[in-house]
Design a protein around this ligand. Structure first.
Ligand code: SAH
Length: 454
């Protein structure tokens, strides 16, 4: 097999990032945007020793689940990967991704995974946008990176972002052109404006704008602020984030508020949260409430429990739990987030939650050595999952229940396998769709201590 060869391929499976899988002479071929059950004519675009990648030339049969992508730049943009599938099929696909990981990596063969909780209206759901800024062929551009590249595509109108984010991006880009503000060049490291980041409060409509710059001295800053606030009155906060790094990390450590408030306030369910520029906050507020309610349900609280909320961010899950627990102890590594968490407890008149700053794998063993024990442990780690040192201490602590909230089914499966080997039973698995049209899936899991252990 070689590049540019053309084959008829039957799609018999799907990869976890949404490509169709077929076989040619026993070799696995990953076909871009093909759906299981389809028969296609495809052109090979890459061959390796073990697999090949192909692009559809034409369809012999199409799947009834195939839909027309709503986004004009779908094929080029690296944001969404499942827009060619019906929403219903996306949910089924994610269900299978979670099940596959739990079976193959976790060894939980035959595990019952609940149906994925979907969105009623899966459009314009994102409360956070990060637009890279750079020089295009016809002047400055801002938008999204193309798949597997750093070419910036002007997104025009993105169907998953809040419209206010798009408005901010377009307005800042206009200001950049009018005021000739130098845009960042990744190759030389020259220029000032790197990213336009927005955060929108869905409950109030307020918007925070974060301008990621290489230098605090931004020429024409006053005029940019005037233009943004005049044209978009919803903007209540403008923050400069200084990032001189030469890598791909979007935000630097230093922030300076140049207009309005230091934080944005959003409501989730009946609780309110201050969101600070450097803190993590779930991007899909509608689904986040469903996710947190599931986590609280799985925690099974009666009011007598000490609960740990590890990787707690700005204390969102902590405060959902606090109302039903004796006390909640949150642990989070970003100082600004811990500050916000403490402020959020006060904002909601919650006095039985306290927060520690540090790595969970360091702080939890310290708490353990001080004699503190949790009845229920909730973890919500980043994509790389939990450090084994943390899981070890959690097991030593012997909580009745462990609730695991995960954005990555493969590290989830790995960590659950460890817990299962150390006295915990996998009771419930409930995926939630926080990221419609993309391959990402969030999962909440309940594990409980196996009774009658010697
Ligand atoms: N539970 C929160 C945040 C989840 S995101 C929410 O639902 O909003 C994961 C969080 O873990 C981030 O806030 C990140 O800053 C934090 N984090 C990453 N590594 C950590 C570690 N080793 N110890 C503690 N927190 C960590």
């Amino acid at each position: 097999m070689k590049k540019n060869d053309i084959y008829e391929i039957e799609i018999t499976g799907m990869t976890h990032d949404g490509m169709g899988v077929g076989r040619v002479d026993g070799m696995a071929v990953f076909v871009q945007r093909a759906i299981e059950g389809e028969k296609v004519v495809a052109k090979i675009i890459k061959v390796t020793k073990n697999y090949a990648v192909a692009r559809i030339e034409e369809w012999i049969t199409t799947s009834p689940e195939r839909t027309e992508p709503f986004c004009p730049v779908y094929k080029r943009c690296g944001g969404c990967s499942l827009q060619h599938m019906s929403y219903n099929m996306q949910l089924k696909f994610k269900h299978r991704v979670v099940t596959d990981n739990l079976e193959r990596i976790g060894g939980f063969w035959g595990i019952q995974v609940s149906p994925v909780i979907g969105m009623d209206n899966p459009m314009n759901y994102r409360n956070k946008a990060q637009y890279p800024v750079g020089m295009g062929d016809n002047g400055p551009v801002a938008g999204f990176y193309a798949r597997r590249s750093h070419i910036i595509i002007d997104s025009e109108r993105c169907g998953i972002q809040h419209p206010a984010s798009e408005k901010v991006k377009n307005t800042v880009l206009e200001a950049v052109k009018e005021l000739k503000i130098p845009v960042y060049n990744e190759i030389t490291g020259e220029g000032i404006l790197r990213h336009i980041v927005t955060r929108v409060s869905y409950s109030t409509g307020d918007v925070m704008v974060i301008l990621v710059v290489t230098d605090e001295k931004v020429p024409g800053l006053k005029k940019i602020i005037q233009k943004i606030t005049r044209e978009i009155p919803e903007v209540i906060s403008i923050v400069l984030n200084i990032n001189k790094r030469r890598d791909n990390v979007i935000l630097g450590d230093k922030v300076r508020t140049v207009y309005g408030s230091d934080t944005l306030v959003d409501r989730l369910g009946h609780l309110k949260f201050h969101i600070s520029p450097l803190s993590f906050y779930q991007v899909n507020p509608v689904q986040t409430v469903k996710l947190y309610n599931k986590a609280v349900e799985f925690a099974g609280l009666t009011g007598n429990e000490t609960v740990f909320d590890l990787y707690c961010g700005i204390g969102t899950i902590s405060l959902f739990l606090a109302e039903k627990a004796k006390e909640v102890i949150g642990v989070e590594v970003v100082p600004e987030a811990v500050e916000a968490a403490t402020k959020n407890a006060v904002l909601n008149n919650i006095s039985n939650a306290r927060f520690y700053c540090g790595e969970a794998e360091k702080v939890v063993p310290e708490l353990y050595n001080e004699g503190i024990r949790a009845d229920v442990v909730v973890v919500d780690p980043p994509r790389k999952g939990c450090d084994e040192a943390l899981l070890q201490t959690v097991v030593k602590m012997q909580p009745e229940r462990i609730v695991y909230v995960s954005c990555n089914p493969s590290t989830l499966a790995r960590d659950l396998k460890y817990l299962a080997a150390n006295g915990y039973n996998l009771d419930k698995v409930h995926p939630v769709d926080l990221f419609p049209w993309t391959e990402h899936v969030e999962t909440v899991v309940l594990m409980s201590k196996v009774k009658n252990q010697v």
